[in-house]
Design a protein around this ligand. Sequence first.
Ligand code: G
Ligand code: G
Ligand code: MN
Ligand code: NA
Length: 255
Amino acid sequence: VTIAREVREGLAARQFRPGYQPRISLKTGRIAGFEALARWQHPAKGLLSPDYFGSVFAEHELSIALGEEVIRQAAADVRSWLDQGLECGLVAVNLSSADFSDPGLAVRILRMLEEAGVHPACFEVEVTETVFLGRRTATASSILNELHKAGVSIALDDFGTGFTSLTHLKQYPVDHIKIDQSFVQNLIDDRVDAAIVTAIVNLGHAMGLHTTAEGVETIEQAERLRKAGCDFAQGRLYAEPRSGAEVPRIIRSWS
Ligand code: G
Ligand code: G
Ligand code: MN
Ligand code: NA
């Protein structure tokens, strides 16, 4: 069986769900939000991450179907947390370039949020700069503008790697920069990585954007990031991605 076929079957059997990883404010030490990451509760293979099935994010039809499953569940979860009086902050979902092959992507996302009774301002979409390359940049631009106008926050994911061009920060409605974990990993020992992180944080602030450091694993890294002025941190130091059922406990322990 190909992975695409397996994923299709898993989707039909409702085996996919979001894993939520908290994002913590380095200023207050409180929860600022969560990133929803697709997870597969496989009947035979256990809990699988995109290491196993992530290749389908490059396939238009399947990435869209999987994204829809994650967004729908995330929206329902947010509604239920808010109903319990829990402040979950901004909940982010990831979009791949393939998702932008659908010109109706923004309308579809906004409809899912509306159906769940969740305000768009509770949501964020994370995109990497690959969506700004290739033939469909005009479509990507209008989709992001549509989402942004409705109140959805736009995050640039994996910032600083691959296709970074500062022009993207001018051309697209970006609210939030997520500093790639590769710069965070050796932040303490590598002066170049430390300089890059500081430069990204300063650039973000000069433009009025929020900054999050990803892949934060140690207290030393978090402390260095806080001193550099980085707003938020995400990583194993705080929590691995967890099921929706575990989120209320995470919110309570960080508030
Ligand atoms: O936890 P981690 O292994 O989940 O994530 C691996 C990669 O998969 C990340 O780059 C993340 O952006 C991507 N990813 C996770 N969930 C989704 C999703 O629902 N849609 C898309 N397009 N990408 C996702
Ligand atoms: O969407 P994005 O490409 O940013 O996906 C983030 C990835 O980082 C996911 O695969 C997630 O599981 C992973 N991750 C989360 N916390 C940590 C961490 O502390 N260290 C490392 N190396 N990876 C992490
Ligand atoms: Mn991400
Ligand atoms: Na990232």
